[in-house]
Design a protein around this ligand. Sequence first.
Ligand SMILES: *Cc1c(COP(=O)(O)O)cnc(C)c1O
Length: 362
Amino acid sequence: MKIPFIDLHRQYMQYKKEIDKQIAEVLDSSMYIGGEKVTLLEEKLAEFSGSKKAIVCSSGTDALLLSLMALGIKNGDEVITTPFTFIATAEVIVLLGATPVFVDIDEKTYNIDPKKIEEKITKNTKALLPISLYGQPADMDEINQIAKKYDIKVIEDGCQSFGATYKDKKSCNLSDIGCTSFFPSKPLGCYGDGGAVFTNDEELAKKIKMLLNHGQNKRYKHKYIGINGRLDTIQAAVLLVKLKYFQNEVKQREEIGKRYTKLLKDSDIITPYVKSDRSSVYAQYSIRVKNRDEVISRLNKQGIPTAVHYPMPLHLQECFGHLGYKEGDFEVAEKVSKEIMSLPMSPFLDKKDQDSIVKELL
Ligand SMILES: *Cc1c(COP(=O)(O)O)cnc(C)c1O
């Protein structure tokens, strides 16, 4: 038995005709950067998310970087986030010379614990950067309320949660700015790197659009110091096809996620906890077990791949050594990082395969 961790091949086979045609159109046009497909994709993404503007860019990391740049985050500023996320979330803060200030996570949802945010706010705090981890939106109402009180901005790192809902609104449209990633293994993935920024603020959208094109407002007129952060036209072409089927895939992901949870109900495995006012797209289906190494080797021996998101919280990473954190500073993140592991997950996971994965676990 060999089950893929994420079945991207099966997805490609499903949409192959349309994707190949879209890519061929780009190749024929000789227009590889920008163009109609990119503009159309931005319109479709804005429509899907419900936000006024979607700006596509080169990756989820650059989406976060561009958002912080657009807000003018710089040396001396502080941005609040969690230590239990992918490195990119905090990396971009440091790249701009600012300081990531970590707040521990909630033990059930693994998202930032809103009760612990206020005590970390100082006069230097410029933004809150919550992550909607594993595909479930963070407690955005509580987070937005705190931001409003202190007059600071909120950026949702929705790199894992595009397609999820929160009180009938879509992830990435829940705060001042939302960011997502189209890395191939994300819920909506392209065939290379890609990302997008979402906002209802037209001025901010314009600025982000300039920043990702070297701060250019007219050709060779540079208003800001920017980056090369554009999305390739070929990636836009792939996304235009996949976006058409995405809502259906979100539904399938939810069904598969909920089915795992149901099948694992009577074990001592801790399954994902999704709050009743929101949905998860299960970018990862992550469980917690006490004997992780043993469980992983047992599954791997049976041809079942696993992953660990994430084995080391960010405050203990060497690259953040200058921040001065130590073991014990974020107890929940540390505990969860020792127990968490992800199971194969994709909208195309067979019931039969899922049953054999569960059988190995029980
Ligand atoms: C994937 C991911 C990113 C970065 O996205 P890339 O497209 O790989 O640059 C940032 N934050 C989180 C939470 C992610 O999962």
